[in-house]
Design a protein around this ligand. Structure first.
Ligand code: FES
Ligand code: FES
Length: 167
C-alpha cells in the first residue's frame, strides 16, 4: 500500500507517494532526485546517508520516508546559501582537503553542520567524538578533523561579519 507524504526538503515543500517500507534515503534519491545523499552500508553503520531531520542528524537509511512525513529535512544540497555561497563546513572541507573520493562527504557535512551549531569551538576530542559515526575510507580523518576546526573558524567569522553588518 502506498502513502502520500509531504516533506519540506531544503526549504521546499515536496510531495511523494511511497510504499510503507520506502527508506527515506531512497525517497530522497529516487523519488525526489536529490542524489547528494549517498548510500553506503544501508544498515546504519557508515553515516554516508546522514541528513538533518528538523535540524538533527539522522541516518536516512534507517528511517522510513513515511516516518518523516510532515518534517523538515536538510540534505547536502541545502547547506549552501540560496545564492550558492558554500557553507562554512563546505568551504572548510574544500580548503583543508577533507575529502578524496567524496563518497562520505555529504554525510560528514550534515553531521558537522549540526555539531557546530551546538559546539561552536570544539576541542580535538570533541571533534573526533562528533564524527565517530561517519566512516571515511580515503582520508585517514586528519584533514577532516582540521576541516571541522576550520569550519568553526569560518562560522565565527561569518557570524562576526553579520553582527558588524547589522550595526
Ligand atoms: S548508508 Fe546509512 S549508515 Fe550507511
Ligand atoms: S573521501 Fe572517500 S570515503 Fe571519505
Amino acid at each position: 500500500m502506498n502513502h502520500p507524504i509531504t516533506l519540506t526538503v531544503n526549504g521546499v515543500v515536496r510531495e511523494a507517494t511511497v510504499p510503507a517500507r520506502r527508506l527515506l534515503s531512497d525517497c530522497l534519491r529516487h523519488d525526489l532526485g536529490l542524489t547528494g545523499t549517498h548510500v553506503g552500508c544501508e544498515h546504519g553503520v557508515c553515516g554516508a546517508c546522514t541528513v538533518l531531520l528538523d535540524g538533527e542528524p539522522v541516518r536516512s537509511c534507517l528511517m522510513f520516508a513515511a516516518t518523516a512525513d510532515g518534517h523538515e529535512i536538510t540534505t547536502v544540497e541545502g547547506l549552501a546559501a540560496a545564492d550558492g555561497t558554500l557553507s562554512p563546513a563546505q568551504r572548510a572541507f574544500a580548503e583543508c582537503h577533507g575529502l578524496q573520493c567524496g563518497f562520505c562527504t555529504p554525510g560528514f557535512l550534515c553531521t558537522v553542520t549540526a555539531f557546530l551549531r551546538e559546539n561552536a569551538a570544539p576541542t580535538d576530542e570533541e571533534v573526533v567524538e562528533a564524527i565517530s559515526g561517519n566512516l571515511c575510507r580515503c582520508t585517514g580523518y586528519q584533514n577532516i578533523i582540521k576541516a571541522v576546526h576550520r569550519a568553526a573558524e569560518l562560522q565565527a567569522e561569518t557570524r562576526a561579519d553579520k553582527e558588524e553588518g547589522a550595526r
